[in-house]
Design a protein around this ligand. Sequence first.
Ligand code: IPE
Ligand code: IPE
Ligand code: MG
Length: 241
Amino acid sequence: MVNENVAEALSLRHIAIIMDGNGRWATKRGLPRISGHHEGAKALIKVMKKVRSLGVEHLSVFAFSTENWKRPKEEVNGLMRLIERMIRERLLPTLNDNPDLCVRFLGDKTPLPPSLCEACLCAEEKNPEGKFFLNVALNYGGRDELVHAVNSAIRDGHKTLDEKTISSYLYTAHSPAPDLMIRTGGECRISNFLLWQLSYTELIFTDTLWPDFDEEEIDRCVAEFARRRRRYGGLDKENPV
Ligand code: IPE
Ligand code: IPE
Ligand code: MG
């Protein structure tokens, strides 16, 4: 199958990833945890290219949760600096060279360092016509997103809400629900990621630590996704039992 047609053939429009295991990757090598985050950033660049080459239109990655502020100040500050550097040195030039790429940050930017916040806004302004969406969940929590969505809807005068309206107020309003969610690092939990959106997403948990995750791992996950039968509560039309 031609690479670009893979996503279409499998109805795989959106992949979400919990990029976990950076700290353990570094500790195993006797390195400071922040080195793991640096390696993790490199893995993201590779994986994004691979995901795009398959014809997938949306990639959502969990970079920093609303709960990650609990970590030691040194790690949090190191992460904020790394994320800003990645945006300014890697993402902005990539956006300039790829008008079809569009980035969105999911989460409340207010508590972020002002210069990081500015870098995020600058990246989001680029390529409004982009067709491939990179969603970076930054200071993101699924519960926080729902509270934010409901409050925004109330502020706009809604008295009652339905599913479509709630979806339209989420940070991910521009993306369909993920078809596939991958979590690296061996933990089998959601950790407050895309709580609303993952209702019928296919989940894959792998022991691979995020900095070791690569193009071949994506191929393996996509092959596993291809074996899944999605029923959405109905019956499998192709293989009725
Ligand atoms: C994921 O890796 C990245 C962030 C949460 C920022 P971790 O830092 O959680 O790595 P482990 O789980 O401690 O190995
Ligand atoms: C989830 O990983 C958040 C990110 C990958 C950014 P955590 O390492 O924070 O999750 P827990 O604490 O193991 O649930
Ligand atoms: Mg972790």
